[in-house]
Structure formats: C-alpha cells, structure tokens
Design a protein around this ligand. Structure first.
Ligand SMILES: CC(C)(COP(=O)(O)OP(=O)(O)OC[C@H]1O[C@@H](n2cnc3c(N)ncnc32)[C@H](O)[C@@H]1OP(=O)(O)O)[C@@H](O)C(=O)NCCC(=O)NCCS
Length: 177
C-alpha cells in the first residue's frame, strides 16, 4: 500500500497508467521521437510501449512498479515510472520522466519531480536514483540542476542501436533542490 499519489501538477492531471491509455501513450511517444532518437538511435516502436507497461527489474513485482501519465486536454503529454525499493531497500528508481516537447522548459518537469519526490518520501523512500545516457546532455543537466549527483558510471552499455555510458545519479528525498 502507498499513500495517494499526486493528482495534479499545475494544469496537468495525473493518472496511473492503464490499458485505456495505450493508444494515447503511443501518440505521446511519437511526439517525443526526438528523445528516442537521441538515446536509442531509433524512433519509438512497440517495444517502448510494451516496456512502459511491463518492464520490471529482476526480483521486483508489479506491486513495486508505479507508472503515471500526465494528461492535458485529453492527451497524454508525459509519463513517469518509479520502482519502489530498487536497487536496494529505501531507494526508489526513476525509470523515465518524459514530457511532450511542447511543454518542456516551463518548469513542469521540476514541479513533477518535487511532487513525486515528496510522495516517495511519504512512502518510505530515502532517495531517488536514475540513469541518464551520456548522449542526453540536456537530460543530465536537468538532473544536475535539481541536485542529483553522479554515484556511478556504467560504461559501454547496449542501448538501442548502439552502446553508451549510463550515468547513475541519486538525490535524497529530504534534500531541497
Ligand atoms: C528532462 C525533462 C523531464 C525536464 O522537464 P522540463 O519541464 O523541460 O524541465 P523544467 O522546465 O522544469 O526545467 C528545465 C529548465 O527550464 C527552466 N525553467 C523553469 N521554469 C521555467 C519557466 N517558467 N520558463 C522557462 N524556463 C523555465 C528551468 O530553470 C530549467 O533550467 P535549468 O535546468 O537550467 O535550471 C523534459 O525536458 C523532457 O521530457 N526531456 C526529454 C526526456 C528526457 O531527457 N528525460 C530525462 C531522461 S533521464
């Protein structure tokens, strides 16, 4: 059990990902082709949609996976994925935070991060961890500016059509950005 997740951030409504969002999620990914091309070297396809619904790190169950979509004017304009107690108890893994290009750089990503960081803390998470591909310097800068610190670098990891370094970052949930 968890406390109720945030229901709204600014103008965006937040819903838990459900089968009813499948088509809208695909349309969202297509609008975010820039991100998939940057990180994976190919446009989004069925594998990306499927993994949003079903991907789980080894040893975790669906009780630990929390995937949210952000809705504006009936469209999915963002998604966020969190795994509780991964890779270790008390740390939550942020798998993805992806916003529609038309709503980036307006402060929404920061507001979403802080709302969910508080929710993670409420539910026993002491820190959030994530991985950024070195081919995504804008993503890296976003997390650095929000107080995330590199704790590890995984070199030459297979990612889409190529290999890339993954920068593992962490921020305690009680730390103000
Ligand atoms: C990364 C991402 C989630 C960040 O969300 P965002 O809403 O664009 O980020 P914000 O607007 O909160 O912050 C971005 C910058 O805009 C600035 N900003 C904040 N409010 C602003 C406003 N009202 N007007 C203009 N700029 C603003 C912030 O200061 C920030 O700059 P800084 O990092 O130099 O401090 C989003 O850009 C995205 O989905 N990118 C593609 C996917 C991606 O790379 N995800 C991360 C993978 S690890």
């Amino acid at each position: 059990m968890t406390t109720a997740p945030p229901e709204r951030v600014a103008e965006l409504e937040i819903e838990t990902l459900d089968a009813k969002h499948a088509d809208a999620l695909v349309e969202h990914f297509e609008r975010c082709t820039d991100y998939f091309e940057t990180v994976l070297g190919h446009p989004p396809g069925p594998a990306e949609r499927q993994s949003t619904f079903i991907a789980l790190p080894e040893g975790k169950t669906y009780d630990d996976k929390f995937t949210f979509v952000f809705i504006f004017e009936s469209k999915v304009v963002g998604d966020l994925d969190l795994i509780r107690d991964y890779p270790e108890s008390g740390e939550w893994w942020l798998g993805v935070l992806l916003l529609d290009p038309s709503i980036r750089s307006m402060g929404l990503g920061s507001d979403i991060l802080e709302a969910f960081s508080n929710w993670v803390a409420e539910n026993g998470g002491r820190a959030i961890r994530l991985a950024v591909a070195s081919k995504n310097p804008e993503g890296l800068r976003f997390w650095q500016h929000r107080g995330f610190v590199e704790i590890e670098r995984k070199e030459n990891v297979p990612l889409g059509v190529w290999r890339d370094d993954l920068i593992i970052m962490r921020r305690p949930t009680d730390e103000e950005p």
